[in-house]
Design a protein around this ligand. Sequence first.
Ligand SMILES: Cc1cc2nc3c(=O)[nH]c(=O)nc-3n(C[C@H](O)[C@H](O)[C@H](O)COP(=O)(O)OP(=O)(O)OC[C@H]3O[C@@H](n4cnc5c(N)ncnc54)[C@H](O)[C@@H]3O)c2cc1C
Length: 334
Amino acid sequence: MFCRSAFRAALPLRTQARRYATESGSQGGGGGSNTFLYVAGGAALAGAGFWYMSGTPSAQKAEAKVKQAVGGAGKPAFTGGDQGFVSLKLADVETVNHNTKRFRFELPEGDMVSGLQIASAILTKYKGPSDEKATLRPYTPISDEGEKGYMDLLVKKYPDGPMSTHLHSMAPGQRLDFKGPLPKYAWAENKHEHIGLIAGGTGITPMYQLLRAIFNNPNDKTKVTLVFGNVSEEDILLKKELSELENTYPQRFRAFYVLDKAPKGWQGGTGFITKDLLKTVLPEPKGDNIKLFVCGPPGLMNAVSGNKVNPKDQGELVGALKDLGYSKEQVYKF
Ligand SMILES: Cc1cc2nc3c(=O)[nH]c(=O)nc-3n(C[C@H](O)[C@H](O)[C@H](O)COP(=O)(O)OP(=O)(O)OC[C@H]3O[C@@H](n4cnc5c(N)ncnc54)[C@H](O)[C@@H]3O)c2cc1C
């Protein structure tokens, strides 16, 4: 989850973002999505609307969808406690871009779900033939928690990174040890009125887990603003999925992309994520029930919120979010 380490101006996006914020309406109570009209979108997006507005699904269908989104149906493969590591077989590998692959691992039984709740991660373990000790690294699956029989990881390769290099060398049929879940921020529907997600690189995976939980659940009316920084356009992971969500929920989900190396004609921000951009697009700190989530490379974390001390200690809030007036309690570092 490492992508860059400093702030630079993102002027092209600023004007657009400011208009969006101006029209976003009140922050206070109620949760009425009609007070949260985003600027970009136009007729096509407006026409899409919320899926539940264009035809209310049956209660049964809705319930099944919620279960699929947040887990809760099927026997869990990962139960935590003293379960120890579970060996999973790699079923399929898909190359996503120049440094990232999607890995599909089979759960031990075909009708099992992962057992992960929102939000949580999974721990991998690998010890190479010449390694003195095993390497342990956490990952956040990108498949729905209610998906049966498999679990997908999206992993970026670091040339000197033992786990990502090992994963990228794996072929279908080989096995890897997993343990979990590793609980993170416990999400519940409508827990917050408006959340802001600030991600860099593969830091998008825990954000995507939250997005899936929120938008696959027709009962959850949370509004979400994503600020997603990457090096280049081809590094934007899950772009198709994020665009689909933005098109389907134009009044509740808005994504702002910032690139270090923007191509000609790029409509988003360039450089690094700036304090100005965050101020313009994020829910205001004085909002009654807002929460910000941050996940990215150490440089981004330092500049935006400061790094967490360890999984149990979020550390002090510093950086841009502190400067903008947010409290430590309003920010969660994955
Ligand atoms: C909760 C959680 C969920 C995660 N989910 C995902 C996910 O879904 N997908 C994913 O790809 N990754 C994810 N990660 C990151 C993942 O756990 C590994 O850190 C990553 O895959 C690299 O592991 P590695 O063993 O290959 O390399 P590492 O040995 O961990 O290092 C990787 C590279 O980063 C550089 N590096 C290490 N530390 C620093 C530093 N402090 N500053 C700058 N550079 C540094 C090293 O030089 C090396 O080249 C997640 C991390 C957390 C904490």
